[in-house]
Design a protein around this ligand. Structure first.
Ligand SMILES: [Fe+2]
Length: 271
């Protein structure tokens, strides 16, 4: 068992051998869901691959007893996700990828902020002109890949769909703060079998390849590094669970992204 309490900011233990997490005293029972390999198959470069039955676990609305107002008053939800280390055909384990809607028509979309608690995440962020457009029509405007280590935060800026990849031979545990007032949607990611670039390993070499299911020309893949955003309290090694419970007002960017777009981009240094 690895004690993640210091890095997470709430009592939490993790068993890397089984990917089980256990909560200490004072933590509310979260809602729990899994994502199975069969549900992910349509998103994969190699949909018929072998792999574990469960690819990741999601623990939604986790938190300390007494912190219920963060959701009920501030509409902020804290979730934890646990990803097994595995290969899915030529690709390392990845999530299905999704987009967020906007608070109202014409506004920028809801963002999200991630924090890695164990392992290392590789995020792929993708912006498209029309989230409902199919593989033949969809115009990809930007794709950014960003590696994030334990203790670092990762801003998912408005309008950018996101996929999480675990490239390591050990599990990945991460958490997020997000506005609770919307449902994510998948756009054409399933019809396109994932985002515009696949990370594939062949003969022991990993490389990014263009997803051939996107009919329109693709922009070059860009790379970014995560950066702290002090005005939101997002600093390396400072658990964002604790920051948000002490200063929920600093997380207003999750609720009113239209007022904070410039500050949010400080979280990504594009190379
Ligand atoms: Fe999201």
């Amino acid at each position: 068992m690895v004690d993640l309490s210091d890095i997470a900011g709430l009592p939490l233990k993790f068993d890397p051998a089984t990917c089980a997490i256990s909560y200490g005293a004072g933590v509310r029972d979260p809602l729990y869901a899994t994502r199975e390999l069969d549900a992910l198959r349509p998103l994969l470069a190699d949909p018929d691959c072998a792999g574990p039955e469960i690819i990741y676990w999601m623990y939604r609305n986790l938190g300390l007893q007494g912190d219920e107002a963060l959701l009920s008053t501030y509409r902020l939800r804290y979730d934890i996700s646990v990803f097994v280390p595995c290969k899915l055909g030529r690709e390392p384990m990845k999530t299905s990828g999704h987009y967020h809607p906007s608070p109202y028509q014409g506004a920028v979309a809801y963002p999200e902020v991630y924090e890695v608690l164990y392992g290392e995440a590789l995020y792929v962020l993708q912006k498209v002109a029309d989230m409902e457009a199919g593989p033949q029509e969809v115009q990809v405007e930007d794709v950014i890949a960003m590696r994030v280590k334990a203790g670092e935060k990762a801003m998912m800026p408005p309008g950018y769909g996101h996929v999480t990849i675990n490239t390591l031979d050990e599990p990945l545990v991460m958490c997020n703060w997000v506005c609770a007032d919307f449902k994510s949607f998948y756009g054409s990611t399933e019809e396109c079998r994932g985002f515009a670039y696949w990370l594939v390993e062949e003969d022991g070499v990993s490389s990014w390849v263009r997803n051939p299911n996107y009919a329109q020309p693709l922009p070059e893949l860009r790379f970014a590094d995560p950066r702290p955003i002090p005005e939101f309290g997002l600093e390396n090694g400072v658990p964002m669970y604790q920051v948000c419970r002490e200063h929920p007002e600093w997380f207003a960017f999750l609720l009113r992204p239209q007022d904070y777009e410039e500050q949010m981009w400080k979280g990504l240094e594009v190379r």
